[in-house]
Ligand binder design. Structure first.
Ligand code: PEP
Ligand code: MN
Length: 268
């Protein structure tokens, strides 16, 4: 046991202390049924279980693509059912919690809502009985202590099914989009009982850095890895430069499976 007292002492019912590394892959934004289903088909063909996709997008600029909203959720539900995949999407606003919860299997809290406590409390309420997974991203200027404290807002109504997600910090460095705090993985394991995901796409910002960060995530002991995949990244409506094609993603999963085996783990 670590000397630092975990904020939450409860064991989540998802993922941790297992020999599996769960992949949360999919497009940054859900753009159309054809786009989403092409990625879903690839993910399912690799024997993976989850697909991610943005329906409500937290864009820096209000003139950028904001997401298809409920239409995206319908596409995700239908595509998830068709390909036998669980679905994960970001909920940005308190007023959307129930609607988003009714369509998907997992709710994501984005980095920009890390300390939006009213949103966290609403997510806690809507997942109270369903115990749907909540993937909680670290804010890009948030400490680990603040992250674990905020997690208690999500679990307070009774759902412990939280996955923490490190997605990179804002630092002085500009060579990458964000600075991936890989040390967060062992620190979270030491200080909490929650599984930890490493988002390797948003800190990279460009696709050629993604495989190296994904290898690092496996080696450091991540419980899950988030990777953005798009059928045609140059045409993507958000985050084109960092998204992998299905072929690149397939090669990466093949490579990660070999690496995971070294650690006695399986990629699922
Ligand atoms: C995303 O996962 O699409 C996203 C917007 O991530 P973040 O909140 O980490 O920027
Ligand atoms: Mn993105």
């Amino acid at each position: 046991m670590s000397e630092v007292k975990p904020v939450s002492q409860k064991l989540p019912d998802y993922g941790t202390l297992t020999d599996e590394i769960t992949i949360f892959a999919g497009p940054c934004s859900v753009e159309s049924e054809a786009q989403f289903n092409e990625v879903a088909e690839c993910i399912a063909s690799l024997g993976l279980h989850w697909i991610r996709g943005g329906a409500f997008k937290p864009r820096t600029n209000p003139h950028s693509f904001q997401g298809l909203g409920e239409e995206a959720l319908q596409i995700m539900k239908a595509g998830g059912d068709k390909y036998g995949l669980k679905t994960l999407t970001e909920v940005m606003d308190s007023e959307h919690c129930e609607m988003v919860h009714s369509y998907v299997d997992g709710l994501q809290v984005g980095a920009r809502n890390f300390q939006n406590f009213s949103l966290l409390k609403n997510i806690s309420k809507v997942t109270k009985d369903s115990h749907k997974m909540v993937l909680f991203k670290r804010g890009f200027a948030g400490t680990i202590a603040e992250w674990l404290a905020a997690t208690d807002y999500i679990t307070m109504a009774g759902n412990d099914n939280v996955v923490l997600c490190e997605r990179g910090l804002r630092t002085f460095e500009t060579a990458t989009r964000f600075t991936l705090d890989i040390s967060a993985v062992p620190v979270i394991h030491k200080q909490s009982l929650y599984p930890i995901c490493v988002d390797v796409s948003h800190p990279a910002g460009v696709r050629d850095l993604v495989p190296a960060l994904a290898r690092a995530a496996v080696a450091v002991g991540a419980d899950s890895i988030m990777i953005e995949v798009h059928p045609n990244p140059p045409a993507a409506l958000s985050d084109g430069p960092q998204q992998l094609t299905p072929a690149q993603f397939t090669d990466l999963i093949t490579e990660l499976r070999e690496l995971a085996a070294v650690f006695g783990k399986k990629i699922v």
